[in-house]
Design a protein around this ligand. Structure first.
Ligand code: SF4
Length: 77
């Protein structure tokens, strides 16, 4: 079984570009205020979800491994 990731969007940072929802439609949705939120607090580890986090222009998306809390994005220094 693959990893599960905890997905967090910092809405105080999100500028509602919609890039994450376009890149990973299963992972992110924009609400009526054009703020992104994860479809679920956890997601299967997937390239599309990682690409969405990497592609967010304001780095509002944080991914960590469920259980261990190990940083996925942004990667630990
Ligand atoms: S890509 Fe980043 S700024 Fe754009 S909607 Fe998603 S979380 Fe918000």
């Amino acid at each position: 079984m693959g990893d599960r990731w905890e997905v967090v969007v910092d809405r105080s940072v999100c500028i509602g570009s919609g890039m994450c929802a376009a890149t990973a439609p299963d992972g992110f949705r924009l609400d009526t205020a054009r703020q992104s939120h994860p479809v679920a607090p956890e997601a299967d580890a997937a390239e599309s979800v990682l690409a969405a986090a990497e592609g967010c222009p304001v780095e509002a998306i944080t991914l960590s491994v469920s259980g261990s809390g190990e940083a996925v994005f942004p990667p630990e220094e």
